[in-house]
Structures are given as structure tokens and as C-alpha cells.
Design a protein around this ligand. Structure first.
Ligand code: GLN
Ligand code: ZN
Length: 765
């Protein structure tokens, strides 16, 4: 029996890699220095895993920016626009774009890695393109570890996953057709690694966790047949994770690989499905992904040992490996840094380093019943798991009762949109093409410095409050002067749209150093939802009230929705996610009602992450959408007809979920639209979306100021597609990452364009 770790976080303690890479970008450190820091990080990670006793330690899991980008370099899949660049300059140009002297190249596109919050760079493909091997990184890293006496298992992304995760950059061909020219490069790579004496190569094919067409399955079969024909001593580990093999199981079981890895966290039934499968060849090794690479909870050893025993009944011991479910990239580094975490909760957790120990301990427990230190750990684990199950911190009877008492009436507004809309029109008294923003205004250096000082105790609560009030008042005055119709308070008091709420809700804790890579050097620190969620006190009423007291115009209340709070947190695993989401929804609904009571007539509930929570397999999507939409409805339905509920989503693909979006029954939805020149509206138009809609008229991700004409053109387009009375005018998303000067100019143009549209329409009438 062996222990197998699919990959380890590379960000380093306290985000050491971020500091080094950004230091290099700012020319504060040299390329050599960056390379030294990177090497030290790798060595530390390997050494630690080796000291803890891991048998199969990954290499090539390190990356200066992204592992998919690294794979592009390895395979020579470099878009033409970077052809004149080389080395690190090219590498970072591909990741972030490059603007210098006469060079102006755009970065590669970035998108989410399966259903994680990690973003990878999207490989670009052109017709007839060729590939060429550059194995330097993989080989160098393998040799580095070897110099320490550690024989690693290089990890590469499999050819079909690589192709399918990419995009065709010209029309008239299918990227899968490039497989023929890609496979020889993979073969070359595998042979090079074999020559080095590599024992195992981990080939990641997580595309197997999605629904594949027959030609895609055939492409996978063909790839592995080619690899097998090489007759290498190096053996292949087929690594799928994030979901079951599903309909791809027959294929996976018949591929000529030595080891099949299963994610037993996401897909518990898979073990029996395979053990009893007629196609399963008992000469193959199963790598049991028991230790959760996507969450931060301690493994339940007794449970895991049960699964291992089931495998042992069918397989020889040397055909069983104990593994992490996926790479540990998605978990924070080391729990030991968290000296201020609630001690009881801390015992329930395991971060990446602790998970390594779990993998090894499970392997020891399963292979050697007498291993004393492992037995001590088993006892401690049992104790921690029992404590968690029975902890008084987790369970709140009142919350459970409330969830159970939810009826259909709690998920429905009093009347239909048509009726509500009439009432809202008379209360709100808004013009045609009402203008608004998405919530946040620039979080300037000053604002962030106040918060930092307040946290350090250098500003007291009153001083901090006063500064925020001044900033809020300034923003209200400016919005009034600019002529916006529906104002916002600006969110200056918020650090982050999830953290701000989590900090005020029961059932959440926060780490100090629990960073997880989101993309490149950007890391996030997701909150941990450990227990029943409840809102002890109003969370936003104070600021909404204050802002509304300053003006006669309507100020929109601003909340983060239950699905988004769930999606951007580490969620408890002792009950279904839907249950936790419902609890959050109830907390948000309390807030909604309090805002209404305080005289706030318009309340926005952001659901930025609704789309990204969509399961990988189509068959699971409707179930998710049902509970996610229900959660939104619970959060938003408790108000009078006159109160207008807005929602906001900054996601680009609405086609496949438009029905669910309509089911949310928000009075107004604001969406991203400008980058696609309103193309994204089509889903709403085709569906005849009945409620209010604000198609974002400019891209807030760029400092560029949209011209009057541009905005007007987009509004003209929208006017042809949607009923005029449904159209709202707003930017794409919140403005917190922008500066004030550009924000002011952009919003002025937005307001002017809306006014022009109004004039035109009146003339038309
Ligand atoms: N209200 C939030 C803001 O304006 C919405 C952000 C988001 O959708 N990502 O910042
Ligand atoms: Zn947004």
C-alpha cells in the first residue's frame, strides 16, 4: 500500500511566492532571485512530504503563475502574438499581457478551473497549428528533487483535457483535430521522463468528470493507446477528480494505465462501482482519493478505513493506494499558523500539511495494524470527529426549526411581478431608463488604510466611523449632483462582499493565513462555515440608514446573496450544502425585512456566484438550480409588493440557466453585457424575460472611460431588444477596483446617455 499526494499548494508560507513574483514584476528582485525563491519553496514542500512519509510525491505541481500555462509552454502551444518574446518575459506576457515600447500584447483569457475558484489561462488553438516539446521545467524539477534523494512523480495535464479546456481562435476547425499533432509531443515527453528513470507519471484528465461526447472519449482512448505503445518502464496514473467517472467509467477502466485514481470525496459510490465492475482488471492499482483536497475538515479515519477495507476485500494490498481526492492546491497551507482560531473548531480542521499527514496515517493504519503512532492518531482523530459531531457550537435548534418550518409561502412574493411593478412605479417614481450603479465605489488607498489602522487599533471605532461617514456622504452628494436616479451608499465599510457578512453571522470563522490561490499571484481567504448560520443583529441597516438620511433620492440596500456566500466559503460537510444555503437565506431574509422596516425601498441581493456553483455534470444541474433559486427566493420574498428587489450577476453565460434566473423573480436584474456588445442579452430576449433588466453598459474591469456615443449605442441596441419600461442603465459591476476620476467621468457619461435616450423616446411618443 502506498500513499499518494496529487499536488501541493505552491504559494508558500504567508504567500511567499506572491511576494517574490510581484517583486520581480516591480523589478525589485532579479530573475535569479525569483528562481531561487521558487526552488526553495519546492524543496521545502518535497522535503516536508518526504519527512512525513509520502510515497508518491508530485513534481511539476509548482508554477510561477498557472499549471495550464506551464503545460502550454511544455507543449509549445504559444499564441502567435507572443512569438517575438521569450523566457520569463513571454511567460508573464501570456499571463498578464505586456505593454512596453512598441510591444502591446493582450494576455491569454482566464477562466475557472472546473467548479473551483481557481482560474487557469485558456490555451489558444489555431487551424493546423504545430506543437513542440520544451521539457525543461519538468526535468529540472524532477532532478532538483532527485538531488535531495526524493524520486517524485511528475504531474502533467492529459492531452484531451488540455485540448478541451482550450479554445479555437479561428473558425472552421475543431481543436480535437489537433490531437494527431499533439500526441507525438506527449510521447516525446513521456520517453524523456522514462529515460530519467521516472517510475510514475500522473496524467490529470479531470475532463473525465464531465459529460463527454463519443469522439472525445475515443480521443482519450487513442491517446493512452499511443502512450502504452511506447513500452516505457514509467507507469501511468490516470487522475480524474472533482466528480465521478460517470459515463466515462467503462472507458477509464479499459485504458492501458497502471493506476486509476478516484475522487472518493465527491463520488463515494465509485469505489464499489469499480470493484464490482466486469471491466475492472484486478492487476490495476486503485488510488483512493479519500482525503478532501477541496475542503478544510479533518478526515474521518474510521469512515475512510471502511472504504479501504472494502477495497482490501477485493484487491491485493499492493494494488491499493491512499491519496488526496485532488491536488491540495485548493486548501490553505498549514493550520499551525492559526494561533487565534477558536481552539475547539481548530481541532476539526486539516489544511494541506495536515492532510499530508492524514494520507500517510491512513496508509499506515490500513497496512500495519500494530503501528503505534498511527494508532494514537486514530484515537485522536476519533475524539476530534466525535467532538465535532456533538459540539454545542454547531447546532442551533432555533435555526433548524426555522428551516423546517419554511413553507411555499416563504418562497413567494405576495403578488406577481406585473402587480408589484405597478405598485413600485407609484412609490418609486422613477423615470424611463433609470440609472444606478452596482454598489461599491472606489476603495481608495485611504479607505483601505483606515480599515487597516482600525484593525490594528490605531483608529478607534468613532474615528473610523466618522471617516467612513464622510466618505459615504461625499459619494451621496456626488451621485445626487451627477443625477443618478437610484443611489448606493458605496460599501466603504466592507472589506469583501462575503467576509463582511460572514463576520457578522453566527456559524462562521475566519483564518489569518488561510490563503488559497485564485489566479496567478492573487489569493483569497475563504471564510469557514462550521455551524448553523444565524444573524444575531442587523448587518447593513446602520449604513443604509445613514446614507438614506442624507438624501431624498432612493438609496439601494446592498446585500450578498446566500448562494454567493456559500460558494465563496469553505462549507461544512456534515449536512448538504443546500441546507447550509437555506440557513444563510433565512439570515439574509431577516436583513431584507429590517432594511424594509428602516424605509429602504430598493434592496439588491448580489448573486455573483450563482452560475459558478453549477455542477460539472448536466444531470446534477437542475437539482442545484432548484435549491439555489429557492434560497434566493427565501432571502427576497418577505417584503411588501412595493419594495423592489434587485439582483446582480457578473457572469457571462445565461443561456442554459435563463429559466432559473427568471424563477428567482427579482424585480430587476443587472448583468454584464458590454464586452459582448449586448450579445449576452440574447438569452433574456429569446426567453422574453419579463422583469426589469439592467444590461451593463460599460466594462468596469478596464480603466478606460466609455464615451457617450458608445453607451448610447448600447442602449439603442437594448431598446430594440427589450420593452423600454424594463430597461435600467448601469455599469457592469461594482466600482471598488476603480479610481474616482475615471469613475466620475464614466458615470457622468452614463447619466447623460440615459437622459438622451429619455428625450428620444418622449419625442417618439
Ligand atoms: N455589490 C457588489 C459591488 O458592487 C457586487 C460585486 C460583484 O458582483 N462581484 O462591489
Ligand atoms: Zn458583478
Amino acid at each position: 500500500m502506498k500513499s499518494n499526494v496529487l499536488g501541493y499548494p505552491r504559494i508558500g508560507e504567508k504567500r511567499a511566492l506572491k511576494r517574490a513574483v510581484e517583486g520581480y514584476w516591480k523589478k525589485k528582485i532579479t530573475e535569479d532571485e525569483l528562481s531561487n525563491v521558487s526552488k526553495e519553496l519546492r524543496i521545502k514542500n518535497w522535503q516536508m512530504q518526504s519527512d512525513l512519509g509520502v510515497d508518491l510525491i508530485s513534481s511539476n505541481d509548482f508554477s510561477l503563475y498557472d499549471q495550464v500555462l506551464d503545460m502550454c509552454i511544455t507543449l509549445g502551444c504559444i499564441p502567435q502574438r507572443f512569438a517575438n518574446l521569450s523566457g520569463l518575459e513571454r511567460y508573464f506576457a501570456m499571463s498578464r499581457g505586456l505593454q512596453k515600447e512598441r510591444v502591446d500584447v493582450k494576455a491569454m483569457e482566464m477562466t475557472k478551473w472546473f467548479d473551483t475558484n481557481y482560474h487557469y489561462l485558456v490555451p489558444e488553438f489555431t487551424k493546423g497549428q504545430t506543437f513542440s516539446l520544451n521539457a525543461d521545467k519538468i526535468i529540472t524539477e524532477y532532478k532538483e528533487a532527485l538531488a535531495l534523494g526524493i524520486k517524485t512523480k511528475p504531474v502533467i495535464i492529459g492531452p484531451v483535457t488540455f485540448l478541451l479546456l482550450g479554445k479555437e481562435k479561428e473558425e472552421g476547425f475543431n481543436r480535437l483535430g489537433l490531437l494527431d499533432s499533439l500526441l507525438p509531443v506527449y510521447e516525446d515527453l513521456i520517453q524523456k521522463l522514462d529515460k530519467l528513470g521516472v517510475a510514475y507519471i500522473q496524467i490529470d484528465e479531470p475532463i473525465l468528470a464531465t459529460d463527454l461526447r463519443q469522439n472525445e472519449q475515443l480521443a482519450i482512448a487513442r491517446s493512452y493507446a499511443c502512450f502504452n505503445n511506447l513500452n516505457t518502464n514509467a507507469k501511468f496514473i490516470l487522475a480524474n477528480y472533482f466528480d465521478c467517472y460517470g459515463d466515462n467509467l467503462d472507458l477509464a477502466l479499459t485504458l492501458p494505465v497502471a493506476v486509476i485514481h478516484l475522487d472518493l470525496v465527491r463520488c463515494q459510490n465509485q469505489l464499489d462501482d469499480i470493484l464490482f465492475h466486469p471491466l475492472f482488471d484486478k492487476n490495476k492499482t486503485l488510488s483512493l482519493g479519500l482525503v478532501d483536497g477541496r475542503n478544510i475538515w479533518k478526515n474521518d479515519f474510521e469512515n475512510s478505513l471502511k472504504a479501504i477495507n472494502r477495497a482490501k476485500n477485493k484487491l491485493a494490498e499492493d494494488k491499493i493506494w491512499i491519496a488526496t481526492s485532488c491536488s491540495l492546491l485548493h486548501t490553505p497551507l498549514d493550520l499551525e499558523f492559526e494561533t487565534e482560531l477558536h481552539p475547539e473548531i481548530k481541532q476539526w480542521l486539516a489544511f494541506a500539511k495536515q492532510k499530508i499527514d492524514e494520507v500517510v496515517t491512513l496508509q499506515q493504519l490500513a497496512s500495519d495494524k500494530e503501528n503505534k503512532s498511527a494508532l494514537v492518531k486514530l484515537k485522536a482523530n476519533h475524539h476530534a470527529i466525535t467532538l465535532r459531531k456533538t459540539s454545542t457550537l454547531i447546532h442551533n435548534q432555533r435555526v433548524k426549526e426555522r428551516v423546517n418550518a419554511i413553507t411555499d409561502a416563504d418562497t413567494e412574493r405576495q403578488n406577481t411581478f406585473a402587480v408589484r411593478n405597478e405598485q413600485q412605479r407609484s412609490v418609486l417614481n422613477l423615470p424611463l431608463f433609470p440609472t444606478t450603479t452596482i454598489g461599491s465605489f472606489p476603495q481608495t488607498k485611504e479607505v483601505r488604510a483606515w480599515r487597516a489602522k482600525f484593525k490594528k487599533g490605531e483608529l478607534n471605532a468613532q474615528e473610523y466611523d466618522k471617516l467612513l461617514k464622510e466618505e459615504t456622504e461625499k459619494s451621496i452628494r456626488w451621485q445626487e449632483a451627477t443625477g443618478l436616479d437610484v443611489l448606493v451608499h458605496g460599501e466603504f465599510e466592507r472589506n469583501d462582499m462575503v467576509e463582511y457578512f460572514g463576520e457578522q453571522l453566527d456559524g462562521f470563522v475566519f483564518t489569518k493565513f488561510g490563503w488559497v490561490q485564485s489566479y496567478g499571484t492573487r489569493c483569497v481567504k475563504p471564510p469557514i462555515i462550521y455551524g448553523d448560520v444565524q444573524r444575531p443583529n442587523p448587518m447593513t441597516v446602520y449604513w443604509a440608514n445613514y446614507a438614506q438620511s442624507l438624501t431624498k433620492k432612493h438609496v439601494k440596500g446592498m446585500l450578498t446573496g446566500p448562494v454567493t456566500i456559500l460558494q465563496w466559503s469553505f462549507v461544512r460537510n456534515d449536512q448538504p450544502r443546500s441546507e447550509t444555503c437555506t440557513q444563510i437565506a433565512l439570515a439574509i431574509s431577516d436583513e431584507v425585512k429590517d432594511l424594509e422596516k428602516a424605509g429602504i425601498n430598493i434592496i439588491q441581493i448580489d448573486e455573483a456566484a450563482l452560475r459558478e456553483g453549477l455542477p460539472l455534470r448536466k444531470a446534477d444541474r437542475q437539482h442545484y438550480l432548484n435549491w439555489a433559486v429557492k434560497a434566493f427566493r427565501i432571502a427576497s420574498s418577505g417584503v411588501k409588493d412595493q419594495t423592489q428587489i434587485h439582483t446582480h450577476m457578473c457572469y457571462s453565460e445565461f443561456n442554459d440557466i435563463i429559466e432559473s434566473i427568471a424563477n428567482m423573480d427579482a424585480d430587476v436584474i443587472t448583468i454584464e453585457c458590454s464586452r459582448s456588445q449586448m450579445e449576452l442579452l440574447n438569452a433574456f430576449v429569446d426567453f422574453k424575460y419579463p422583469n426589469g433588466i439592467g444590461p451593463g453598459v460599460y466594462d468596469i474591469h478596464s480603466p478606460r472611460i466609455p464615451t457617450l456615443q458608445e453607451i448610447e449605442q448600447l442602449l439603442e441596441k437594448a431598446s430594440k431588444l427589450l420593452p423600454l419600461k424594463n430597461i435600467w442603465v448601469n455599469p457592469d459591476c461594482g466600482l471598488k477596483t476603480r479610481d474616482w476620476p475615471e469613475t466620475k467621468l464614466a458615470i457622468e457619461n452614463l447619466v447623460k446617455s440615459a437622459k438622451k435616450m429619455r428625450e428620444k423616446q418622449y419625442h417618439a411618443i
